[in-house]
Design a protein around this ligand. Structure first.
Ligand code: GLV
Length: 320
C-alpha cells in the first residue's frame, strides 16, 4: 500500500516536488499551525509526518497517528516541541534540519548585535516618526564592538558561525557550555572556554545558542542578568523561554544591562508588553532561518528525511 505522508504546514515548492508520486500525500494548505483536532485527524493513519515547531509531538500525537507511524520529520533544527524519548520508545524515527540554517541564523544573531549596539532600529523609528534631527558629535552614539568580547552560550554550529562573524568584526570570543569544543574549532575561532559565571561577568555581548530544555528554561533570569556588565548586551536567537522575559524587561528598563536583541519570545507570537516601549531592545519576529534559500533547504531536507525512512533507508539527519 502507498505510504501516507502528512505535511502539517505549507512547504516551499521544491520540497513539495520531491513528494510527487511518493505515496498518498496530504499537505496542509494553511500557513498557521493546525489546531489539536485538525492535527489529530490529519495525521491519523500516517506513515510519515512532516511537522513544524508549533506542532506538539507527544504521546497524544503518537496515539492520534497510530501504530504504523514510522517517522516524524521536523522542519527546524530545534525540537523542544517534540518528546523524543516517547518516539524512540515506540520505534518512531525523528529527524531535524541541522546545517542548512546555520549561516542564516548566525546572520540574524550578528545583525541583532549591530542593530542594538549601533541603535539602528531606534534611529529608524526616529526618522519614521518625523522627529527633527541633525548630525552632531553627540547624536545617537552607540557602542563600538571592535576589541570587545562576545560570549557564546552553547558553541554548536550556529554558535560557531556567530563567533566567526564576531571575529571578522574584530571581537574576541569566549564560550561556555556543557562540553568543551575540540581544539581545532577553538583555534579556528580563537575562542576561549570559560565557565558560565565568567562568561556573564566578562562578555560585552552575550549571545544565546543553547537548545531549550528543562535545564535551559529561564537560564537567563534576574540573577543572571545582574551578573552581566551594566554595559553589556544580550542576544537571543535560540528559543524564547531560555530568557525570563519579564526579568529582562525590568533589567533593560532599570539599566542592569545596556540592551538586548531578540528574535524569539517566550510566548510567540506574543511579545511581553513591558518590552515594547523600550528603546534599548531590538525585536524581530523569529526571522533566524527566514530566507527563501534556507527555508527551501529546510523543507527539502525534512522531506528527504521522511522519504528515506518510509523507503527503509537511513535518513540524512536523524535525531534518534
Ligand atoms: C527554528 O527556529 C529552528 O529551530 O530551526
Amino acid at each position: 500500500m502507498a505510504p501516507r505522508i502528512v505535511v502539517t504546514r505549507r512547504l516551499p515548492q521544491p520540497a513539495l516536488d520531491l513528494l510527487a508520486g511518493a505515496g498518498d500525500v496530504w499537505v496542509s494548505q494553511h500557513d498557521r499551525p493546525l489546531d489539536r483536532d485538525e492535527l489529530a485527524s490529519a495525521i491519523a493513519g500516517a506513515d510519515a509526518v512532516v511537522t513544524l515547531l508549533h506542532d506538539r509531538v507527544d504521546h497524544g500525537f503518537l496515539d492520534a497517528a497510530g501504530p504504523q507511524l514510522k517517522v516524524v520529520a521536523n522542519v527546524a533544527v530545534g525540537y523542544d516541541n517534540v518528546d523524543v524519548p516517547a518516539l524512540t520508545a515506540r520505534g518512531v524515527r525523528f529527524t531535524n534540519t541541522p546545517g542548512v540554517l546555520t549561516d542564516a541564523t548566525a546572520d540574524i544573531a550578528f545583525s541583532l548585535v549591530l542593530m542594538v549596539t549601533r541603535r539602528l532600529a531606534e534611529g529608524e523609528r526616529l526618522l519614521r516618526s518625523r522627529t527633527p534631527w541633525s548630525f552632531n558629535l553627540f547624536f545617537m552614539l552607540g557602542t563600538g564592538i571592535q576589541g570587545k568580547t562576545l560570549g557564546i552560550v552553547g558553541l554548536g554550529q550556529i554558535g560557531a558561525a556567530t563567533a566567526r562573524r564576531a571575529r571578522a568584526f574584530g571581537m574576541a570570543v569566549v564560550y561556555s557550555g556543557r562540553r568543551r569544543a575540540d581544539e581545532a574549532l577553538e583555534r579556528e575561532l580563537g575562542a576561549r572556554y570559560v565557565t558560565f559565571d565568567e562568561l556573564l561577568a566578562t562578555a560585552d555581548v552575550v549571545s544565546l545558542h543553547c537548545p531549550l530544555s528543562a535545564e535551559t528554561r529561564h537560564l537567563i533570569d534576574a540573577d543572571r542578568l545582574r551578573q552581566m556588565k551594566p554595559s553589556a548586551f544580550l542576544i537571543n536567537t535560540t528559543r524564547g523561554p531560555v530568557v525570563d522575559e519579564a526579568a529582562l524587561a525590568e533589567a533593560l528598563r532599570t539599566g542592569v544591562i545596556a540592551g538586548a536583541g531578540l528574535d524569539v519570545f517566550e510566548r510567540e507570537p506574543m511579545v511581553h508588553e513591558a518590552l515594547l516601549p523600550l528603546d534599548n531592545v531590538v525585536l524581530v519576529p523569529h526571522l533566524g532561518s527566514a530566507t527563501v534559500e534556507t527555508r527551501t533547504a529546510m523543507g527539502v531536507l525534512a522531506v528527504r528525511n521522511a522519504l528515506a525512512v518510509v523507503r527503509g533507508d537511513a535518513p540524512p539527519t536523524p535525531v534518534n
